[in-house]
Design a protein around this ligand. Sequence first.
Ligand code: DC
Length: 223
Amino acid sequence: MKINIAIDGPSAAGKSTIAKELAKKLNYVHLDTGAMYRCTSLKALRSGIALDDENAVCEMLKDTDIRLTPDGEVFLDGENVSKAIRTDENSLAASAVSSLARVRSDLVKRQQEMAKEKGFIMDGRDIGTVVLKDAEVKVFMTASVEARAQRRYDQNLAQGILTSDLETIKKEISERDYNDTHREFSPLRKADDAVEIDTSYMTIPEVCDAVLKLAEPFLQKEE
Ligand code: DC
């Protein structure tokens, strides 16, 4: 039997990078739930739907297909939007739609449906507290605003994504932190049974090892 691993934490703390690496190592499936909120906001922006119009965004979602492939590509109604969802403008828009309760319950249902079986590494903000409350391993990944802004900036450059300067990214990350932790529904918080890992001064392999150590006792039982 496989297990589920939940990774929550603020923007750009390295959750997706670590989840991807771990999925490769364990032969598990990585589900980047943030990509689903990003698809929702991208479609709303493109359709001229106000990001705070809950009814309109929910209506739109009824007719929206979001597909995440095992190799990390994101498809919105059949279009590959893997890059388009990562712009700074859409990052803030995703944060805005993620505060809408009915948008959350629609996407949470889809996430729970996708991960009905075990063998998932899911990253987001509410995985350990709402989506996979019974995950065997729960990690709350943090890093300083400075470290996260630098990583996001480097990542944007490396992937050829249109990027703001470092100071602007820092401001945007702080703004998203505030939105994500102060929203009324499922605000970002550490689950009581999650283990916090501050990755500010850790390398990717070090963080992977730290999570694998938490998973080890369960993985041994799997054999
Ligand atoms: O992880 P990310 O930066 O791609 O997430 C984009 C936005 O979606 C972020 O502002 C918070 C929100 N989000 C959420 O509310 N719940 C999740 N499970 C995942 C993301």
